[in-house]
Design a protein around this ligand. Structure first.
Ligand code: ZN
Length: 334
């Protein structure tokens, strides 16, 4: 089974963004200490909108340079840099040493068609310049990929033909981040054209869904308790604040089984082995495509990842999205 470890490389979007050092640079270094031992290369979905916006402020030049330096070194070492879009950075301002975050236009869909084209083109180009490699894979910020028809021309024109946003049985009724992946299957990949959950054999785009797992309310109760009482081992390196989801999001997870992405973030890292078993049971033997956020990694989650890789690395073949570049040839042949 192939194995992809994809990280959404971004700051926080709540009242405090957190620092570049603690949300990005440090946790990636900690993660590499584990993954390097098992030959796992990272696939980073980089929030390039932050980089472009921050570059407009001389006070932030040093941290922008630090990020570019980390990303370009990683690319040279064989790690993969791909596109993650959080367009609200265009509406954010930096003053008096902190960001004034405005997430009114959180979704790419909240922008005009020409703006979407420019955002995707500018960010893709920036990342390709940094990494020196083709950028062709996309993960939508906040899972906001639908309706895809509003985004597909902008993505295609920028050279993006692979998406990795969807996950099996994923549904969100959140007013800002609403998405419906309930029709997505458990396959490890498929082609599509107008909706990433709708397979179209002649579609130009390829979906590599994030692997999913079923989580029970007990897990989220534990998570809530750990957040409140646990010590440093469970504390993320990231030092910002998350955007608050609406209360239905939490209520749902605390009261009935829900499907979630397989993730190395915080406590979720404890479920990696059972998630792999679930995926095999569902018939996904192609790609175990798991994710995480540098900002949400903890010493505990790194321990769990280490244990998972130690026990399973012989059954997993680590790849990055760059290794899937050959899938495009089929897409454009017809
Ligand atoms: Zn994100």
């Amino acid at each position: 089974m192939k194995f992809i470890l994809g990280l959404d490389y971004e700051l926080f979007f709540g009242s405090r963004t957190g620092t570049v050092q603690n949300c990005l640079i440090r946790p990636i270094d900690e993660l590499l200490k584990v993954t390097n031992r098992y030959g796992v290369r990272l696939s980073l979905f980089v929030d390039a909108g932050y980089l472009l916006r921050a570059a407009e402020y001389p006070a932030l030049q040093a941290e922008v340079d630090r990020i570019k330096q980390q990303l370009s070194e990683l690319s040279k070492q064989g790690h993969d840099i791909q596109l993650h879009v959080h367009p609200h950075w265009l509406d954010c301002h930096y003053a008096d040493g902190e960001w004034r975050i405005d997430t009114t236009r959180y979704r790419l869909h909240d922008f005009a068609t020409e703006e979407i084209h420019k955002i995707v083109a500018d960010q893709t180009k920036l990342l390709a310049d940094i990494s020196g490699k083709p950028v062709f894979a996309y993960r939508a910020g906040g899972w906001c990929i639908q309706p895809f028809t509003a985004l597909k021309d902008a993505l295609w024109d920028a050279g993006i033909w692979l998406d990795s946003t969807v996950y099996f049985a994923g549904v969100s009724t959140d007013t800002v981040r609403g998405y419906d992946f309930s029709r997505a299957g458990t396959k490890s990949h498929w082609r599509f054209e107008n909706d990433p959950v709708e397979e179209e054999p002649d579609g130009r785009f390829v979906e590599i869904p994030i692997s999913a797992c079923k989580l029970y309310p007990g897990f989220f109760w534990k998570m809530a308790l750990v957040k409140k009482f646990a010590g440093n081992r469970f504390k993320p390196w990231g030092d910002g604040r998350t955007m608050i989801a609406d209360s239905a999001y939490y209520l749902q997870r605390l009261t009935r089984p829900t499907y979630s992405v397989v993730s190395i973030d915080g406590l979720k890292a404890a479920t990696l082995a059972s998630a792999l078993r679930q995926n095999r049971r569902w018939g996904n033997s192609g790609i175990f495509n798991i994710m995480g956020h540098p900002k949400s990694l903890t010493p505990y989650s790194m321990q769990q990842l280490e244990r998972f890789l130690r026990d399973h690395h012989t059954q997993l073949e680590p790849i990055t999205f760059q290794d899937l570049a050959g899938m495009k040839a089929v897409a454009t042949a017809g």
